[in-house]
Write a protein that binds this ligand. Structure first.
Ligand SMILES: Cc1cc2nc3c(=O)[nH]c(=O)nc-3n(C[C@H](O)[C@H](O)[C@H](O)COP(=O)(O)OP(=O)(O)OC[C@H]3O[C@@H](n4cnc5c(N)ncnc54)[C@H](O)[C@@H]3O)c2cc1C
Length: 412
């Protein structure tokens, strides 16, 4: 098959718009379909690592984003118990990787991506909830998206960028492959830095306080460093996950959830007040159980392919957005750069081959992080802290490989 002449993307979250830009560069006409009625404004401040920033720079999106977020060069680790500094790892460097990291609100990142696709005349159709996928015949030339309003759209290729609960995956690519609870919950919010107690707490841009009952991240998220984003990741037994409101990630009983978070860090002299004032500072806290997909799932079938969370959602390991961006770039490259005789199957197989090792490496980090979040006795925590230099050396090695990765340099 020559390069496809049309593509449908389901989902205009983060991976979808980036994929549209990558396909546009390969002159593949594309349209996005989104179930929501408008762009989502929910979400925390995400850290874009150098491998993700490298891609954003190629699409000329960096200047805008730099004016909205906070550049990050290191992640500083502290004991949530004693407050002692446990070590630092590089989170980016112009000399080493060409880029620093950037902490920016997810909603700002999404807005910048959507503005860029709008400038290029790429359309996003809202209120278009995909309910099914139809193939014309085995080895057929087209694929059709079916929407809840009864309408249908046909193209040469259908890309599922519809997130962790992907309908493209569940209805067509890998039926029965559902996300399951990972045992980890996360909560996040924002606070004005001037409202946070910071006696004895000193960090450059991003601090992670590791404790016996989870970890507490605090990071500036605007260029002026006046606003902090905080996030807690913690192990929570399945039966204890608080009830959520249907429409988003807010919890019903916010007061209880906030107190529960604060209690997890109350054996820490230095961090207790910082955690309390940050968590209590603003009204709204977002809380969500982290779900994940099995490692061996299918990522493509026929003329349909998955990218981002739809393919490989996993617990936090700092690379989810980078992986979605890389998927988008590699997919566009196999579609646009492989020789004309290559069939759609050969192209999507190559995409799969190229992406598995990166995703597997991230999954390994996610498994380690999950292990480290389980509640432990204070003595175990003490031993862990003593060995922290070793964990950080291993983590830094993995990060270095991930940060160096350049999706444009893969041989397609
Ligand atoms: C509201 C929201 C807030 C988030 N906040 C954070 C955060 O704070 N920190 C973090 O690390 N990660 C967050 N994530 C996840 C993170 O954005 C993803 O891991 C990452 O961006 C991968 O992006 P994606 O494009 O694969 O999926 P997503 O960003 O989840 O985008 C999927 C898109 O598909 C749309 N969609 C779903 N089903 C259908 C359907 N049937 N038909 C049409 N459209 C559909 C969704 O509405 C969504 O816009 C958030 C995701 C969402 C949706």
């Amino acid at each position: 098959m020559p390069t496809p002449e049309s593509a449908i993307i389901i989902g205009s979250g983060i991976g979808g718009p980036l994929c549209a830009l990558a396909l546009y560069r390969k002159q593949i006409p594309v349209c996005l379909y989104e179930s929501r009625s408008s762009p989502e404004t929910l979400g925390g401040a995400i850290n874009l690592t150098p491998n993700a920033i490298r891609i954003l720079a190629k699409f000329d999106l960096l200047p805008k984003l730099l004016s909205l977020g906070c550049s990050v060069t290191k992640l500083q680790f502290f004991s949530a118990h004693s407050g002692a500094a446990l070590g630092t790892i590089s989170f980016g460097s112009i000399e080493q990787y060409g880029f620093e990291s950037l902490r920016v609100c997810r909603s700002d990142l999404q807005r910048v991506l959507l503005e860029s696709i709008a400038e290029k005349g790429i359309e996003v159709r809202y209120n278009k909830k995909l309910v099914g996928v139809e193939e014309d015949a085995v080895g057929g030339e087209h694929i059709t998206a079916v929407f809840s309003d009864g309408s249908k759209e046909t193209a040469d290729l259908l890309i599922g960028a519809d997130g962790i609960h992907s309908t493209v995956r569940r209805s067509f690519v890998n039926p029965g492959c559902d996300a399951t609870y990972s045992g980890i919950c996360s909560a996040y919010g924002f606070a004005s830095w001037d409202k946070v107690a910071k006696e004895g707490i000193e960090f450059d841009t991003t601090a992670l306080a590791v404790g016996r009952k989870g970890s507490f991240l605090m990071s500036f998220c605007n260029p002026e460093k006046t606003r902090v984003f905080w996030a807690v990741v913690m192990a929570v037994a399945e039966g204890e996950v608080p009830e959520r409101e249907d429409a988003g990630w807010r919890v019903r009983d916010e007061g209880r959830t906030k107190s529960e978070i604060v209690t997890r860090f109350d054996d820490s002299e230095k961090w207790r007040e910082t955690v309390r004032t940050a968590v209590m500072a603003e009204d709204e806290t977002f809380f969500f159980p982290v779900n994940e997909l099995p490692a061996e799932g299918r990522w493509w079938r026929g003329r349909c392919v998955l990218i981002g969370d739809a393919a490989h959602a996993m617990p936090p390991q700092g690379q989810s957005i980078g992986l979605a961006f890389e998927d988008a770039v590699i997919l566009a490259r196999v579609l646009g750069e492989m020789k004309d005789e290559a069939t759609v199957e050969e192209r999507l197989r190559r995409y799969d081959e190229l992406r598995r090792p990166r995703v597997a490496a991230a999954r390994k980090e996610a498994a380690k992080s999950r292990e480290s979040l389980k509640e432990v006795h204070w003595f175990v925590q003490w031993c862990r802290e003593w060995l922290y230099w070793f964990f950080l050396a291993v983590f830094a090695k993995h990060s270095e490989t991930a940060f160096m990765y350049d999706a444009e340099k893969e041989e397609v």
